[in-house]
Design a binder for this molecule. Sequence first.
Ligand SMILES: *[C@@H]1O[C@H](CO)[C@@H](O)[C@H](O)[C@H]1NC(C)=O
Ligand SMILES: *[C@@H]1O[C@H](CO)[C@@H](O)[C@H](O)[C@H]1NC(C)=O
Length: 384
Amino acid sequence: MGMEEGIKDNASSAPNPRHTNQSRSTLLPMRGLQVFLMFFVLVLGISVVSMHMIKYLNIQTLAPSALISSYDEKATLESFIKPPLSAWHFMNDSELLWRASMEPGRLEYPFKRVPKMAFMFLTKGPLPFAPLWERFFKGHEGFYSVYVHALPNYRSGFPSSSVFYERQIPSQPVAWGEMSMCDAERRLLANALLDISNEWFVLLSEACIPIRGFSFVYNYVSRSRYSFMGSVDEDGPYGRGRYSYAMGPEVHLSQWRKGSQWFEINRGLALEIVEDMVYYHKFKEFCRPPCYVDEHYFPTMLSIGNSYSLANRTLTWTDWSRGGAHPATFSKADITERFLKKLTRGRGCFYNDQQTQICYLFARKFAPSALGPLLKLAPKVLGF
Ligand SMILES: *[C@@H]1O[C@H](CO)[C@@H](O)[C@H](O)[C@H]1NC(C)=O
Ligand SMILES: *[C@@H]1O[C@H](CO)[C@@H](O)[C@H](O)[C@H]1NC(C)=O
């Protein structure tokens, strides 16, 4: 949008100098004629040169460029494999989900497919930790893609050198704890599925940071037998207490699950989510606050059909120890070497059915003021 406004500004200010030139030249008719002739010769020259250029470069200026590119896209395999540079498109949600549900049926790719990790940022707008993420991604081009879901009218000003440049997807307003939140997550997944090379899908917020280097994260996720979706059968008012018998017969009480909103799943599960038309309506209708649908819909749905592919834990560290409805937020004063080391060493969990101390790859929530100390300590403590 910034660019368009800039062009408009130029256009409105441009005619003024020409006007003043013309009115002055009418005072001297001979000079006016000279100027006109010079202008005529110049225009003639430009058009002759540009006609040659067009021939030489074989540019068909008369045909709409969109038509040419869509024709070219269909003509080569590359256009199916190579995603457009910008994440923006002109499909509405139903068109997008439908398009994203298309998958190759053949298991062998007729090209070298390097599986990528899709980093999907769900934010109101700003990404205060962008500089930290930039550093995290540096040198790993071709192994990741980035998608940003912000408020519909938000415009970010990332330079073309940024990993966030033109990575914003068409979005809708989001209300925390309501179905519009899951809609946004499905929108992110669907957009990321459009790139055939994306194999793993991580959901992050603007308050999330990476706590391991990129290669470590990539290896940890790509070598895992399971997808990291938190999914537990919890008793009490915040677990089974949120179940409604109206969810049956599709969802039984014993199938009801709860898990962190922040997940990492593989392509197969991402497809299950964008394709779902069975559970979506049940959850939309019968899981409303104080049933927070983003904590139940995906964990329940996936554990019904795909429980064997779930690790049942999240990769995103969160501190709930302070109690209440929201986790702790860490700011500048909290960021010490000791604190970061504590984050990277978990209390123990399972990885490929083996006990491990490395349970988390990401952490939240962090306040923007934490950026400075994080950038300073990351090379030493986090490894990037
Ligand atoms: C998307 O556009 C199509 C065609 O105009 C329309 O039929 C459909 O209802 C739209 N879907 C949404 C979610 O707006
Ligand atoms: C995750 O939980 C499901 C039950 O919901 C279980 O079938 C599955 O084996 C669990 N996954 C792991 C890795 O233990």
